[in-house]
Design a protein around this ligand. Structure first.
Ligand code: SF4
Length: 459
């Protein structure tokens, strides 16, 4: 997510103007959308002109070192608006705020307020409080558990009109040794099925064709509500929502994936044949050290089961390289596995020491240049696979959700087939035929670049 002020949908000169910067993942985006909706409903106006913003809110990310640095740099850069613009109040919200709380206020004196993940619902009240004429004092709003919105929460969506993220749960009950998310977002809390279905129904009525279900651990959805097969129950309800065409669950942990769930994927047209399942590693010793459940044998058999039960499935995964103790041999095993498994997409993250996680105390840290090399090697293996996968698509006819005029050139349209997720995967460029954003059309694929496809509309 680029660090820029968000374009307003409403503005009124007499209202207090808010500039908002969203950083981080799709989960943060939903939080930002709810904060923006709350602010507009409360009478604030939004501006995309940094100099005009009287209040600047940065929704920060605290995922890994680079994300934290980007958040801090963004706060510092926008702090200068107190001298060069109209900014009177600077607020850091979100993950970094929750994680460093008062320390963030101390380290960044330009900040007026720090708003943790439990306090998003109060954002309008907080802005008014900080704007009130009184002696300047830095303030902290931190509470637990993290805020989880309901179907009727005001929301100002930032993405395309026809595609929306729906957060179905917050927090995580697992203990992966490298991960700080449970420290920032707490234990898992799921939204009730009815609330999610009500939101999906409202979104579909507004013209949304695709909903992307997000949480930290989607396979575990509903466990805290006492549901045994929560995700299956939820998906069965969501497929009944009229006018919704694609339902795409993200972030499946490679455990507790039932046949009932896979059969639902296979049998329900509306559920995208798209599995997003971060595997993190394949070497048994590394998986154990990472505190991941399951070993290589369990993972390979699950991947086979998914591919057998969902014919034509697109499989996206992610790995971490450079976890403490990752030897050359363990990495070779991972590289060999990536070559052998032939996933459609592979993301590669560099291990980063995160305070208060178990892995910080582990010996045998891997040097940064070695991590970079390993990432490049994995990506090179995957590039060859992706190129071959793209070529295999040439000549096929696929249903494509049109996104609108291409971001590359206004001579082309662009869209996505169900195996391409928004923002993280490639696109289908359409060089012949006309359609409007949000329309589903048949496209014959005529060419393929590494991650993108090219084709024309067929009737
Ligand atoms: S399952 Fe995901 S969010 Fe939960 S601890 Fe592991 S990596 Fe973090």
């Amino acid at each position: 997510m680029p660090s820029r002020l968000i374009t307003p949908t409403r503005s009124h000169s007499k209202k207090t103007t808010i500039g908002f910067v969203n950083l981080g993942c799709s989960k943060n985006q939903v939080d930002s959308e709810v904060m923006l909706g709350t602010l507009v409903a409360d009478g604030f106006a939004l501006t995309d002109n940094p100099k005009k913003a009287e209040v600047v809110i940065i929704n920060t990310c605290g995922f890994i070192e680079e994300a934290k640095q980007e958040s801090i740099d963004t706060i510092i850069a926008h702090g200068k608006l107190k001298e060069t613009g109209s900014c009177r109040v600077l607020i850091a919200a979100g993950c970094l705020a929750q994680r460093y709380q008062g320390d963030l206020l101390k380290q960044l004196p330009e900040l007026d307020g720090v708003v943790g993940t439990g306090e998003f619902g109060k954002i309008a009240e907080i802005c008014r409080d900080l704007l009130a004429p009184k002696k300047r004092q830095q303030r902290l709003w931190i509470s637990e558990p993290p805020y989880l919105y309901e179907a009727d929460a005001p929301r100002l969506r930032l993405g395309k009109a026809h595609s929306a993220y729906v957060k179905i749960a917050e927090g995580c009950n697992r203990n992966c040794a490298f991960c700080a998310i449970p420290l920032m977002r707490g234990k898992q809390r799921s939204r009730p099925v009815e609330s999610i279905v009500a939101e999906a129904t409202r979104l579909a009525a507004e013209g949304v064709k695709e909903i992307n279900l997000i949480s930290q651990d989607t396979v575990n959805y509903g466990v805290d509500l006492g549901l045994r097969h929560g995700l299956v129950t939820l998906l069965r309800e969501l497929v009944t929502v009229k006018d919704l065409r694609w339902i795409r669950p993200f972030y499946l942990y490679p455990q507790q994936v039932s046949d009932a769930l896979l059969d639902l994927y296979a049998g329900e047209e509306k559920i995208t044949k798209y599995i997003d399942m971060p595997l993190q590693h394949i070497n048994d010793r590394m998986l154990k050290k990472m505190h991941r459940l399951g070993d290589r044998a369990a993972i390979t058999s699950l991947v086979d089961r998914i591919r057998t039960r969902i014919p034509g499935v697109t499989f996206r995964t992610a790995f971490i390289v450079g976890f403490p103790g990752e030897t050359e041999q363990a990495f070779d095993e991972l590289r060999g596995y990536v070559a052998e498994a032939q996933f459609d997409r592979v993301a590669v993250f560099l291990y980063s020491d995160e305070e208060d996680t178990p892995a910080v105390g582990f010996d045998d840290k891997v040097e940064r240049p070695v991590m970079n090399e390993r990432r490049n090697e994995l990506l090179a293996v995957q590039e060859d696979i992706a190129a071959a996968r793209g070529k295999d698509r040439i000549g096929s006819v696929m249903e494509v959700l049109v996104e609108g005029v291409s971001e590359e050139t206004d001579l082309l349209l662009e869209g996505r087939h169900e195996g391409l997720a928004p923002e993280i995967d490639g696109v289908v460029y359409i060089n012949d035929g006309s359609a409007t954003a949000g329309e589903l059309v048949k496209v014959e694929i005529t060419d393929a670049a590494l991650y993108d496809l090219v084709g024309h509309i067929v009737t």
